[in-house]
Design a binder for this molecule. Structure first.
Ligand code: PFF
Length: 436
């Protein structure tokens, strides 16, 4: 342990912005809008909200309780509540999971650096869809370009984490998150007022309950986990920097509300524009880096700049949360200085990121195992540790802020049941469904 007192997020606003920053990311922008359209529009949104409420949010509370009650990193927190047992090895899952995610995520973050620079310099005006696809393909197949942008993105991430909790992560997220919300509102207004946008709105909203089947529910749950950054120690680590007077219920609920609200806003920023241009929606890179630049460039120079800046901010506020999981471990458990820890993490993530940048197979493999294996195992262990290994009275006290939290006492029995039974069983079912 380093002897210095541990930092904390100075205010409730900062904690919520940091947690919302972790939650809101590429998952909200390039996966959620497409999933909504594919899996039955408003019907999927309802399923997503229910899954988040009954499974993801209880896991979020559990991680938050572990972090806040112990004030330690993932290893330290689990060791404190289950001393001398093997449960603390969950720390390795969190470290490895967050490490793999930050590495491939930074490649995509790097693409947004590239596209932001393009929208600031040459712009995309006059590009046809084929030409825009060409830009993306030539960017990703170039050897040096993704490596340069990966270096920039990871460099910014490591710099912010290196500055610490208050002056780094806290300051960055509390300035950038409100800006991000503002920017997405501008794009939503622009997109929804385009001629022909109605079809996109219909695509998102028309409820089609016949599309709600097992895979749709598993997709909703998986997306809920990824979106709330669960299972790899982010929520636990951030919560360990919460001041004692904060409470896990308020911060958890606000984070989930902002995250879901942003995902829905992103859907309305993207899909109406796609349909107005007479194009078909798709998920992932092709939507964000091929279709949208063409569509947004028709709206003038400014919209693409706002769009890629939004993606960049959303991605950085998520990547810093992943790197912080590992930095907290190196600082708390290994006694390393924060600067040294972040330099080391920058180098290690750069190597794996570079492999992902040059090989689509490595990239997809990292994406697949982190969301389907590491996040699932991590979330399962957290539910077991909090639901079955910690004393109920301790969990209740933390959940209700020693009985002072308004209404928290009344909902605690429900949350306790969800953590002990519904979440672990739900996780096993999704994990199996997704792996099959
Ligand atoms: N929640 C982020 C998103 O939706 O893009 C991704 C993420 C962040 C996943 C942090 C995992 C994590 F630990």
């Amino acid at each position: 342990m380093s002897g210095k007192a541990r930092e904390n997020f100075g205010s409730r606003f900062t904690v919520v912005m940091a947690l919302a920053g972790s939650a809101i990311g590429l998952g909200n922008i390039w996966r959620f809008p497409y999933m909504v359209g594919e899996h039955g529009g408003a019907a999927f949104i309802i399923v997503y909200v229910l899954c988040s409420l009954f499974i993801a949010l209880p896991i979020f509370f559990s991680e938050s309780i572990l972090g806040k009650s112990t004030g330690k990193d993932t290893f330290g927190a689990i060791e404190s509540v289950t001393p001398g047992t093997k449960w603390k090895n969950e720390g390795y899952i969190a470290l490895l999971g967050s490490f793999i995610i930050v590495s491939y995520y930074s490649v995509v973050g790097g693409w947004s650096v590239d596209f932001l620079v393009r929208s600031l310099t040459t712009g995309f005006a006059g590009e046809s869809l084929e030409e825009a696809s060409g830009i993306f393909t030539s960017m990703t197949s170039s050897v040096w370009e993704p490596l340069v942008t990966l270096t920039v993105f990871l460099g910014i991430t490591a710099y912010i984490v290196g500055r610490g909790i208050e002056k780094g992560i806290g300051l960055f997220t509390k300035v950038m998150m409100p800006l991000l919300f503002l920017m997405i509102v501008v794009i939503v207004i622009r997109s929804c007022t385009l001629p022909g946008a109605g079809k996109g709105i219909e695509y998102l909203l028309k409820p089609d309950f016949s599309k709600i089947d097992g895979p749709a529910i598993a997709a909703a749950l998986g997306q809920g986990f990824f979106s709330l950054s669960l299972g790899v120690g982010c929520v636990l680590t951030y919560s360990s920097y919460m001041r004692k007077e904060e409470n896990v219920v308020d911060t958890g609920v606000w984070t989930a509300v902002f995250d879901t609200f942003f995902a829905i806003m992103a859907s309305f920023a993207i899909m109406p524009a796609v349909f107005a241009a007479g194009l078909e929606p798709s998920a992932g890179p092709s939507l964000v880096y091929e279709t949208l630049p063409v569509i947004f460039s028709k709206m003038g120079r400014v919209v693409p700049i706002i769009f890629f800046l939004s993606i960049l901010i959303a991605a950085i506020t998520s990547s810093i949360s992943m790197m912080e999981v590992q930095a907290a471990y190196l600082v708390d458990q290994k006694g390393m200085s924060r600067k040294k820890a972040t330099t080391l993490l920058f180098c290690a993530s750069w190597i794996v990121g570079a492999l992902c940048a040059v090989s689509t197979r490595i990239f997809s493999f990292c994406d697949f195992i982190s969301s389907n294996v590491f996040m699932m195992i991590g979330a399962f262990v957290v539910a077991i540790v909090v639901g079955w290994k910690m004393k109920k009275s301790v969990v209740r006290n933390e959940f209700t802020n020693n009985g002072t939290g308004k209404g928290a006492g009344a909902v605690f029995p429900v949350v306790w049941f969800l953590v002990r039974w519904v979440a672990p069983i739900g996780i096993v079912i999704i994990a199996i469904t997704n792996l099959l």
